[in-house]
Design a protein around this ligand. Sequence first.
Ligand SMILES: Cc1cc2nc3c(=O)[nH]c(=O)nc-3n(C[C@H](O)[C@H](O)[C@H](O)COP(=O)(O)OP(=O)(O)OC[C@H]3O[C@@H](n4cnc5c(N)ncnc54)[C@H](O)[C@@H]3O)c2cc1C
Length: 484
Amino acid sequence: MSQAPPLPTAGGKPKKPASQRIPIIAEPFVSERARKTLDIVEKFVEEECIPADPIYAQQLGHGDERWESHPFIIDELKKRARELGIWNMFLPKNHYSNLAEYDSSGGAGGFTNLEYGLMAELLGRSRTASEATNCAAPDTGNMEVIARYGTHEQKAKWLRPLLNGDIRSGFLMTEPDKASSDGRNISLSIKQEGDSLILNGSKWWSSGAGDDRCKIFIVMGKDANVREGEAGYGRQSMVLVPADTPGLVVHRMLSVYGYDDAPHGHGHITFANVRVPASNLLLGHGRGNEIMQGRLGPGRIHHAMRSIGAAEVAVEWLIARLNDERKIPFGKPLREHGVLLEWVARSRLEIDAARLIVLNASIKIDSSDAKGALVEIAEAKILVPQMALDVIDRAVQAHGAMGVCQDTPLASSWAHIRTLRIADGPDEVHLNQLGRRETRARAQECIGRIEEWKARTADLMKKYGIEEKQLGGSKVQGFAKAKL
Ligand SMILES: Cc1cc2nc3c(=O)[nH]c(=O)nc-3n(C[C@H](O)[C@H](O)[C@H](O)COP(=O)(O)OP(=O)(O)OC[C@H]3O[C@@H](n4cnc5c(N)ncnc54)[C@H](O)[C@@H]3O)c2cc1C
């Protein structure tokens, strides 16, 4: 991998490369190899992917042709990314060592979650960059699942072409008739008959199902072979289902605020007696929710960092608009209207604060695992999309009507990040869990602490001869006995 030359400057002070802009809190955890890769990724994204984004949209075409093939510029970008050695960077350090036999791509994985998180922020600046480097969802999570839980045969058949970028994949959990944020509700039926598994039911929001390169689905369903687990978490299984299996029909594509997301798409799929070999089961009967938990932790960090990248791009558009000399409302440029300067300041503050939350979660995953970082991951998952939406919305507003149309990336960026408040678990699920955990874990501590203050205040009152009524209501009030 060669050293990246400095970024070009469009006048003014040269921008420092990404390796020199790592937040100081993360500095000690970033290897020399990751720093070099960061700079190469940044240069690739800025010089090759962002300029290619509008070409990608143009090559998609119109009408049905949008689903018939993918824009060929993505193949050129993929080739280029491989030449630069920036490929599969998402594959984490701890799972990478035993994958060499399946990875003929010369992949550049093996980074920590923190290191890849910094790269994901750069990838999030462009529509094409994640796919160009084989780091796009849902393939990343699916590759991790097969890498971690798959058998040798499953890896040889599906992981190899996925790592190589030859095929794409889908992850099918959500169902139209069930509240699917609760994995226990998933009810597509999986029955074993001899050496086969038979699947019946329906799925929607199956991202990637529209793509002609999408060849394999990881499907979650209710497994007739297992008895109900104690909390209902042991009934679901996951199965690998080739996209061309008879009985599997993609009926329609769902839109996201009017965007169809072609050629990727979000499919509504039915399964009518879909038969696959029993050896396509992942990990074991009834282990679907376990796989689900393993899949989502690092993926949420990737989404969060990509959203931070998108928020940074929005700020760049905002600043450019504030300094557009052609647009002078009410006699002065927007930069001289104070309220808009406040938007820039707030955006800077909110992005930098959110980034620290995500980097902290990444460091925690790296120092234990995703289970050990549940609170920090939930914090990042909740906070970042909301922050990014606020930042993007300010940039939209500053552009007036131009902000809501296709002439900037802002409208599409807002629509897609809005879905992150629902996908991978709605905000409220995480807020509930976080609130419950915090409230239960700290109840004794908080009550005890306040009782202690109260007792000390009572001692001080005695010492200084103060009567209760003299405190004017400022004395710490007591509690009814807490019910924990
Ligand atoms: C763009 C996009 C892409 C997606 N891609 C995929 C994909 O590839 N594969 C896939 O399987 N799914 C995918 N999804 C679906 C997504 O994961 C689900 O929509 C999500 O898990 C929520 O499930 P649901 O829609 O059934 O909502 P429900 O479970 O019905 O929840 C509806 C609402 O109820 C509230 N709620 C739920 N639980 C609680 C709680 N505990 N406390 C308080 N309120 C609560 C929340 O406000 C929630 O938004 C995608 C969704 C979108 C928008």
